[in-house]
Design a protein around this ligand. Sequence first.
Ligand code: ACM
Ligand code: ZN
Length: 506
Amino acid sequence: MKNILPFLLAASLLALFVSCGEPATPVDLKIVPNPVSVEYGGWGVKIPADATMPRLYAPIDKKLAPEEYILDTRRGKVKIRGGSDAAIFWGQQTLLQIIAQVKKQDGKRIPGVLIHDKPAFSYRGAHLDCCRHFFTVDEVKEFIDMIALHKINVFHWHLTEDQGWRAEIKAYPRLTEVGSVRAETLVGHYGSKEYDGTPYGGFYTQDEMRDVVAYAAAHHVTVIPEIEMPGHASAALASYPELGCRGADYPYKVQTTWGVFPEVFCAGNPETVTFLEKVLEEICDIFPSEYIHIGGDEAPREEWEKCPKCQALMKEKGFTREAELQSYLITTVEKYLADKGRKIIGWDEILDGGVSQSATVMSWRGAKGGIAAAKMGNDVIMTPNSHFYFDYYQTKDPADSGEPLAIGGYLPLRKCYSFDPFDQLNENEKAHIKGIQANIWTEYIATFDHVQQMALPRLAALAEVAWCPDNRTEYDDFVDRIVTGLLPIYDARGYNYAPYAFKDIE
Ligand code: ACM
Ligand code: ZN
């Protein structure tokens, strides 16, 4: 008794000091995505009164995987060890969440904690369609901020469409002179007969695209550009009509409404391949990404059935189905890009007519295309419209909940959170699932504020499935982690997240 008394005294004095000297801090941190492990203990770290962040000690640890990090606040300092700069950056995003919730609870001390995390998928993507509606370079950068906060590491930049070509290509100036502007835009939902009578346009110069690439790289985000072929080509054909099956005299136009259009690139015209290769040459010069997205979706083949050039090529090659023309065009472009050390990603229609083993398939019409591709041995990115189309409604009754007009569908946060990327796959096939992605098509999203409320908080569900598909918690806990860990950051940054996202009325 005599011996332990001084220790008891010291312990109670310390407890008194800690409890009086520091406001309470949460000891149950809420973090999205849910880390591999969180262990509490140690002193924690005081947040200096005159700083938003305590000093960070950040060593690279080559024993860790490239994106794996360990965040340690147990000994009075914030230390992040990571397998690379990117890993340390992801650790910092976790730190942001910790500080935001500590401050919200009026605390000045980060609790002592050891957090270990690493992502399940190397490809964690978010797509933004900047064609149906145009977003400025600053808005695109803010989108990159948003995805980086969620530890998403790929920005899939949709740059060409029927309704507008957005990337400056020096060899083909008419793409932006003509193809970047549509005469007017549909008002209301598809099916409406009303147009606004106002020209709408915009494009990114090559310098601007390079600036975005550099900004993304500084946030450990890779930009993958998408150049659509052979469909969604109206804006390109309005600029260079000779590349379409209807020929140089046909008055192609930049489309003013939404949907899928019969006007596609003429697969039988060798000039089409020249055009696509020259465009891709400039694109590769701007975008250093290993992958280039070549589109491939929603390309009707009726024009090819009637076109003498397309039919002649089919005969020459011994093709019996027009789908093989699509396959021919995609594999030709794939070879061209392979010579430049690049790989292609295409929407799941590239499976039609046959696809090379080296193409990565982006499964959007549900997961079935991705499952089929993985079983064939192709790499896959799952971006199913059943779970990750963030242009779909978030509530069951949009009129009641005040959701703005959307394309349709119903994808509440809970549904996004429930996606199983490995459904129906054995161990070998699972290895072909390289990642997941959310898509934001913008037919009905005209402002960046609206982009934010379609993306947030659903990006949190994407992040969770991308980092820890096998370590997800109950849905209520996930929501709790968003509310405590992420919403204070959304608020501080002025992000316009969906106010009705948690009103789960399923
Ligand atoms: C797509 O949604 N058309 C890929
Ligand atoms: Zn043709």
